[in-house]
Design a protein. Structure first.
Length: 83
């Protein structure tokens, strides 16, 4: 699930970032510098966007989650408030 979510965020993000940094110039599609920069920024963005849900998922899988949290949303809210 984690990898699927990362890819689902990363690929569209890379296309959008590439369009922005190449200023829409289709001739730059083969340029490794533009593709590398777009891939790097998309990778950073996908981690930034998917890491919080992965932390919540990991916390909820632990045995202590039953006593610490009322549910997934409670876990996310406590993490947001306390960390």
């Amino acid at each position: 699930l984690k990898q699927g979510t990362n890819q689902a965020v990363r690929m569209p993000l890379q296309v959008q970032i590439f369009t922005i940094i190449s200023l829409g110039d289709e001739t730059k599609k083969q340029n490794p510098v533009y593709n590398g920069a777009a891939g790097f920024l998309a990778g950073c963005g996908s981690v930034f966007l998917t890491q919080p849900q992965d932390c919540v998922k990991s916390r909820m899988q632990g045995e202590a989650a039953k006593e610490m949290y009322k549910g997934t949303v409670d876990c996310a809210m406590q993490m947001l408030k306390n960390e």
